[in-house]
Design a protein around this ligand. Structure first.
Ligand code: SF4
Ligand code: SF4
Length: 189
């Protein structure tokens, strides 16, 4: 176990998200009325969040959970954050110092290309009015919840099948993920 300050934990989470390039998805999301910060008292126009906390850093929206799951990062992420005490809605009661098992391994920087491809799909699908962005985010959030917490493997299989249908038009994402998987395979040879 190691001791980490609350600020170190927040920085670690923000650094991880930044390495994945999730901000490109947030840009598309915010432009299309899907921001998760909407209505928060800590949100300042044009300056963003004024009180970054543990809870909002560890929380992943549906889009992010889906990408983390597809890229094999979700389990590590959830395990790290579930051990951090004091999480609440848009605030935390985390003590200034916390004992943690260790830090998360940094994600492969090449995953940024997969994240960007997802943002491109999201932008195109929204522009073509094929989907309501907040509704898609909610659906992914709900299906990821089931995939993460269901114990019944048949129900998990059924949810993944439905999720595949939901995401069938995310072609840039699929190609980028395939390329990334091929890089990894070649490296392992
Ligand atoms: S809902 Fe997700 S994609 Fe949208 S702003 Fe929040 S974290 Fe970013
Ligand atoms: S506290 Fe959370 S919900 Fe509020 S602006 Fe900051 S990140 Fe967004």
């Amino acid at each position: 176990m190691i001791t980490a300050t609350k600020q170190q934990i927040i920085d670690h989470g923000m650094d991880y998200l930044s390495k994945l390039g999730v901000e490109v998805i947030c840009q598309v999301c915010i432009l299309n009325g899907g921001s998760c910060c909407k209505g928060c008292i800590h949100l300042k126009d044009r300056s963003g969040c004024q009180l970054r906390n543990i809870s909002c850093t560890g929380w992943l929206c549906g889009f992010q959970q889906y990408i983390f799951h597809e890229m094999g990062l979700l389990e590590q992420w959830n395990t790290f954050w579930q051990d951090i005490p004091g999480q609440d809605f848009r605030q935390d009661f985390t003590p200034p110092e916390v004992k943690i098992e260790g830090w998360m391994d940094p994600p492969d920087a090449r995953i940024r290309s997969v994240t960007s491809a997802f943002a491109k799909d999201l932008h195109e699908q929204t522009a073509q009015k094929k989907l309501g962005l907040p509704q898609l985010n909610d659906k992914l959030f709900s299906s990821m919840d089931k995939i993460t917490f269901y114990k019944d493997s048949e129900l998990i299989r059924y949810t993944i099948k439905k999720q595949k249908i939901l995401m069938k038009d995310f072609q840039h994402f699929k190609v980028a993920k395939l390329n990334y998987d091929n890089f990894l395979m070649k490296e392992g040879e």
